[in-house]
Structures are given as C-alpha cells and as structure tokens.
Design a protein around this ligand. Structure first.
Ligand SMILES: NC(=O)c1ccc[n+]([C@@H]2O[C@H](COP(=O)([O-])OP(=O)(O)OC[C@H]3O[C@@H](n4cnc5c(N)ncnc54)[C@H](OP(=O)(O)O)[C@@H]3O)[C@@H](O)[C@H]2O)c1
Length: 349
C-alpha cells in the first residue's frame, strides 16, 4: 500500500481551479446526501451526465423529499441497495461511465452501519464502476481519518486502502468540517440562548468548507492531473476557527450579547463509563457508546492537518479552497433559514 504520509499533497488554494471540463458520464453515489447533492449539481452545471445509484424508497419518504427531487432533476437514478454486492452488480450491469465519485457515508456513524456503507457499499460501488469502464474514482472521505479511533474512521480507511490498491486512478478528498456541522446552534443563539461549548471552546479548531466549494473541489479532481493518485486534505477559505470564535461570530451577526455555557468534556467519559459494561450486553447500548465516543472525539480533536513530527495540528498547513467563508454562511442562514442544512443523526445540540 502506498504510504499515506507521502501521498498527502497540500495543494495551494488555486491549484485545483475550475478548469473547462470535458463532458463525461459519471457514476455518483451518495447523490441524495448533503455533499452528494452539491456534487450532482456541479457536475450537471459542467455539462457532465450523471447516473446515481440511490435508495429510492427512502428518498421518497424523507422530510426534504421535494428538495432532493428538485436538486436531482437531470440525474439518471437507479434504485439499488449498494450494501448488497449482488444487487449492485445486477442493477448497474450494462451501465457505462467514464469515472465514479462516492459521497456515500453511513447516516449514523455506528460500527455496523459504517462497515456496511463507508466500507462495503464503496467496495461494491468500486467493483461496479470498474465493470462500467470507469478509469477514475474520486472518494469523499474525511480529514479525521488521519487519527483514527472510531469505527467509521477505520471503515473509511479500509476502503481508502482498497481503492489505492485497486489499480484505478484515485483521488481521496479529506475535507475538514462542513458548514452544516457548525450550524447546530444558529437557532439557539437567535432565540437568545447561550452558545454551548465543550471545555472552554478553545481546545479545537477547524477550517470549515461550504458544500458548493467542496463540490467544485471534488469535480475538479476529474480533470486535474495534480489530483490523480493523491490524498487531498482540504478546508475552506480563511483561517482556522475555534468553537468559541464560532459563537462570538454568531453573537456579533445577531447583535446579541455573547453568552456561553461550558459543558465539561468529562460528560462523555461519564457516559462512556456507564455505557461500556452495557455495550457488551446489547447492540443498542454499543451504538450509544460509539455515539459518545464520536462526541468526545469531535470535542477534543481539531479538524486540521495533523503534523506527526510535531505531534500537533497545523492550521497553516491545512489547504484552503473556495470562496464562501463561515461568516458568509452564517449571514445566509440567519437571513434565509437552515433549509438543506439538517444534521439528522449527526446532531449533537
Ligand atoms: N459533517 C462533516 O463536517 C464532515 C466533515 C468532513 C468529512 N465528512 C464526510 O463527508 C462525507 C459525506 O457527508 P454528508 O454530510 O454529505 O453525508 P450525508 O448527508 O449523510 O449523505 C450520505 C449519503 O450516503 C447515502 N447512504 C447512507 N447509507 C446508505 C446505504 N445503506 N445505502 C446506500 N446509500 C447510503 C445516503 O443516502 P440516503 O439519502 O438514502 O440516506 C446519502 O446519499 C462522509 O464521508 C462524511 O464522513 C463530513
């Protein structure tokens, strides 16, 4: 397996620019998700044709079905359960594509889901993509896999490895935090409630990126030789921001007096101490314990490039891309609302 450290390639902000795209046929998995929808829109805007394996029944039943329907107009959809290898092969049999993009992710992050989706569904997709003639595979992964401690991170890494060893040209995109992940407290602040922090809110930082900028970055990977066979960490424009600074920004934009409430990180440890013995007895408690571990991870780890030699996160070394800043995003959602930004199972507050 190629060394991931060697493959880390910190591209300057302008390297992956919007080049004129050659129209191609793209197999896009995860097209109903937050980033997948933005990628679908970007591919169509560039003149590519898109074929998307989707869980049709689920798509019809979701609360934002109309929005998804609207966003995916123009996309050729194939109803399939991607976690099922046989079904995936059958449904995608005869499909011909030039490249594949995966924005798949388990909705919950718990171990069984993560291995079924982040790993197995991607393995099934890769096999189908190769049979369909894809010469390239772009994977949306996550920057947090660089310090893996959670089941979903191990599942993602296992697929990254399978992809790198598969012989197909690959780009592994590892973004920092999405804007939606930093939108959970917009409503609280607007209602005059305090902004909740783990610890003092200065322990972690990220360089958040918007869905449209990330979608452009992913689409650029199809055309840019510099993105080929690379692991690409990527953040948004501007410097790194801590949770406390996110709160301060929201108070400034809403004109409210800053009010913070600190939640000790030890709440996760207490929850884990309680859940650990029960987790051995029941899958339900095992899932809750994994969610507590996920919460603790994000409360204590930055979403920035990790410098192994220094043993610390490096904001300056984390590549920036795109135009929309977190301030722009907060201004937009304070004016227009949070439609399309739902955190679903990933909501902490
Ligand atoms: N949130 C962050 O701040 C952040 C930061 C960095 C990286 N990331 C990574 O970015 C990636 C995409 O995130 P996202 O927020 O766009 O994800 P998302 O909105 O949860 O979308 C997940 C996609 O995967 C599909 N999917 C889930 N389970 C499936 C299954 N069993 N079979 C078939 N399809 C399934 C979903 O389809 P349905 O619509 O049918 O459920 C949906 O299209 C993830 O790998 C995530 O870890 C996230």
């Amino acid at each position: 397996m190629p060394s991931q450290r060697l493959l880390h390639h910190n591209l300057p902000m302008t390297t992956l620019s919007s080049r004129p795209a050659q129209a191609r046929r793209i197999l896009l998995a995860g097209a109903t998700g937050y980033i997948g929808r933005a990628v679908a829109a970007e591919l169509l805007r560039r003149g590519h044709s898109v074929v998307a394996p989707v869980r049709d029944e689920r798509a019809r039943q979701r609360p934002d079905a109309a929005i998804v329907e609207d966003l995916l107009a123009g996309v050729e959809r194939r109803a399939v359960e991607l976690t099922d290898a046989g079904q995936t092969a059958k449904v995608l049999d005869g499909v011909e594509v030039d490249a594949a993009i995966s924005c798949l992710a388990s909705r919950s992050g718990i171990a069984a889901d993560a291995w079924a989706v982040d790993h197995q569904a991607n393995v099934n997709l890769l096999a189908a993509a190769k049979r369909a003639g894809a010469r390239q595979f772009v994977l949306l992964s996550a920057i947090c896999v660089q310090r893996p401690r959670l089941a979903f991170q191990h599942a993602k890494l296992a697929f990254e490895t399978a992809l790198m060893e598969s012989g197909i040209a690959y780009s592994v995109v590892r973004p920092t935090a999405f804007f939606k992940s930093l939108s959970g407290q917009v409503g609280r602040v607007r209602e005059g409630k305090p902004f909740l922090l783990f610890g003092d809110g200065r322990q972690t930082a990220c360089k958040p990126i918007g869905e449209r900028d990330l979608a452009r970055f992913v689409a650029d990977c199809l055309d840019d030789p510099a993105a080929r066979n690379r692991v690409l960490p990527v953040g948004g424009p501007g410097g790194a921001i801590t949770p406390r600074e996110q709160g301060e920004l929201l108070f400034e934009l809403t004109g409210r007096k800053p009010r913070f409430r600190q939640v000790p990180i030890a709440v996760f440890d207490a929850a884990l101490a309680l859940l650990a013995p029960l987790a051995r007895l029941s899958p339900r408690f095992a899932a809750k314990a994994e969610l507590a571990r996920i919460g603790r991870y994000y409360a204590t780890e930055s979403m920035l490039l990790w410098d192994e030699s220094k043993g610390e996160y490096d904001a300056d070394a984390t590549p920036s891309h795109g135009e929309e800043t977190l301030r722009d995003f907060y201004v937009r959602v304070l004016k227009d609302g949070l439609a399309g930004q739902s955190l679903g199972d990933q909501a902490l507050f």
